[in-house]
Design a protein around this ligand. Structure first.
Ligand code: MG
Ligand code: MG
Length: 255
């Protein structure tokens, strides 16, 4: 069931979103060659604790997962697309990192992700991240009253396809509110003019995941969580929580 949020709820979700944005900023500031993924998790955890927010990631166990998620961020490096478990791995010069983080504050959730490089970047990685960002921007721009869900999917998919990048077909965005994952599912490709009509108060987590190899194939690590490209190519993942409003799309996960 798709839940439409009141304006009061949108204000509360904005506060949860602000915590997510601050946590991602702290992680990004801490990230450098030699820093471990567990240390990045600690940086995010400190921001959530300080804000009095709960992590919707920590202990999360969807049907596919063999173990509850053990951290407050997903940390996905290089050929990991998303859902990476933070480990003792220390970042190396030129790594491409995607960090996903959520926060629940006063019963409402925010969910966002960023991709960035540490040390000296590879030009191909910068292009991949830039296109993933543009896919997110296009999806957000399409999230307007009068459009349908398929318009958002189509906007994302068009940018990815024009860039020659692949996408894991069965993963995408989602509704969000009192729970981190709510209806509707938001595919990262779709047909314009189809699907759920977008109304004021619908909140979507929009999250393109692009794979540099251009194929859509992906696999899951033995840990049951980490999503990886099958060809070893690198991947990027960016996300914002966005409210559809009469005044246009409102990004809730900004600082
Ligand atoms: Mg996320
Ligand atoms: Mg999400």
């Amino acid at each position: 069931m798709v839940e439409i949020k009141t304006d009061t709820a949108l204000e509360l979700m904005r506060e949860a979103g602000r915590v997510v944005a601050n946590a991602l900023a702290a992680v990004r500031a801490a990230a450098a060659p030699g820093v471990s993924l567990l240390e990045l998790d600690e940086a995010a955890r400190a921001v959530l604790d300080e804000a009095g927010a709960r992590s919707p990631f920590l202990g999360y166990r969807p049907a596919f997962a063999p173990v509850p998620f053990p951290a407050v961020i997903c940390a996905s490096v290089n050929d990991a697309v998303a859902h990476g478990i933070p480990t003792a791995y220390r970042l190396r010069d030129g790594d491409l990192v995607s960090i996903d983080c959520g926060a629940e504050l006063d019963g409402w959730n925010g969910d966002a992700a960023v991709s960035f490089t540490v040390g000296t970047p590879r030009p191909a990685d910068l292009a991949l991240i830039e296109t993933t960002r543009r896919a997110l921007e296009a999806g957000i721009a399409a999230a307007t009253v009068g459009h349908r869900l398929g318009d958002v999917s189509h906007a994302i998919g068009t940018v990815a396809r024009r860039g020659g990048y692949g996408m894991p077909a069965d993963f995408g965005g989602h509704g969000i509110g009192r729970r981190m994952h709510e209806d509707p599912h938001l595919p990262n490709r779709g047909r314009p003019g189809r699907g759920l009509p977008l109304r004021h108060g619908l909140v979507l987590a929009i999250e393109p995941m692009l794979m540099a190899g251009g194929r859509d194939a992906h696999r899951t690590d033995p840990d049951g969580w980490t999503l990886r490209t099958t060809d070893g190519s690198r991947a990027a993942h960016v996300e914002h929580t966005v409210a559809v409003t009469e005044d246009g799309p409102r990004i809730l996960t900004l600082p």
